[in-house]
Design a protein around this ligand. Structure first.
Ligand SMILES: Nc1nc2c(ncn2[C@@H]2O[C@H](COP(=O)(O)OP(=O)(O)OP(=O)(O)O)[C@@H](O)[C@H]2O)c(=O)[nH]1
Ligand SMILES: [Mg+2]
Length: 248
């Protein structure tokens, strides 16, 4: 089977979502493959993945880690796996259906058919496309994105978005071991690095819906990391020259 598209989903206690999510992605047109990175979820998320892997042995993959090590490190591990295996399009998506799996196809096309290096599922292109979040959280997320744009100068409206398609060349160009943040700041750092390396990034409008099942893993530490992290990242970037670590 051609290793073309790999969707990476990090999970921590997503028992209530994982079965439906896997089935939905497997049913999509275009033979998407799935890599679940589970951090030893106490609710047994990984067990469901293992059971379903017998149904989709070629297309469903699982990496189990010893404990809750954070979203950023889970993705870095997934990116390395994807590059080693030779996938061309690598996606980030949450397990909780906040991102509509059908939009994976639009993100894919934005890269494969429209000559972009990276596509971002964006909530803030046409106003604010967020469903069921309390107003406080909508405003916080929206202004967080504005804050990041202001500090870093990055021309992206949804800087903390976690729904993306990377072409392999973007991930190959980055020194993944140098990506240090783990929460929302991780999402910002990945976009900032891709932009600094000169890649062509497009935002695709999506509707983001708050999770209806399972519980949030976001903590105040993750917000703090993002607030101070962008300032740190910006200052560091002034002294750094951005060059691809591989020839692309
Ligand atoms: N492997 C792994 N996955 C994580 C970790 N923290 C969060 N996740 C997963 O990352 C995705 C995003 O986390 P969420 O808790 O949905 O974060 P959020 O969307 O900002 O917040 P809510 O939607 O309110 O829950 C989900 O699939 C989580 O299960 C972690 O430490 N390790
Ligand atoms: Mg979520």
């Amino acid at each position: 089977m051609k290793k073309e598209k790999l969707v990476i989903i990090p999970t921590y206690n997503e028992l209530e979502n994982i079965r439906d999510m896997i089935q939905t992605v497997m049913d999509l047109e275009g033979d998407f493959e799935l890599l679940i990175i589970d951090d030893n979820s106490p609710d047994g998320t990984a067990k469901v993945v293992k059971d379903l892997a017998t149904k989709f042995p070629e297309r469903l993959h699982l990496i189990q880690r010893s404990g809750k090590l954070g979203l950023g490190t889970a993705y870095i591990e997934g990116f390395k796996y994807a590059l080693n295996q030779g996938y061309s399009y690598i996606f980030e998506m949450d397990a909780d259906f906040s991102h509509d799996p059908k939009d994976l196809i639009r993100l894919y096309k934005a890269c494969a058919e429209e000559d972009n290096d990276m596509a971002i599922g964006s909530r803030y292109i046409t106003g604010v496309n967020v469903v069921n979040w309390p107003m406080g959280r909508v405003l916080m997320s929206f202004f967080a994105s504005k804050y990041v744009q202001f500090i870093t100068g990055i021309p992206i409206k949804d800087t903390t978005a976690g729904f993306k398609c990377y072409t392999a060349r973007v991930l190959r160009a980055m020194d993944l071991d140098k990506i240090k943040f783990i929460g929302y700041a991780f999402q910002i750092e990945m976009k900032f690095t891709a932009w600094k390396l000169g890649f062509k990034i497009v935002e695709v409008p999506i509707i983001f819906t708050d999770r209806t099942r399972g519980t949030s893993k976001m903590s105040s530490g993750i917000f703090k990391e993002a607030i101070f992290g962008v300032i740190y990242m910006k200052i560091k970037s002034i002294f750094k020259s951005y060059q691809s670590i591989n020839r692309i």
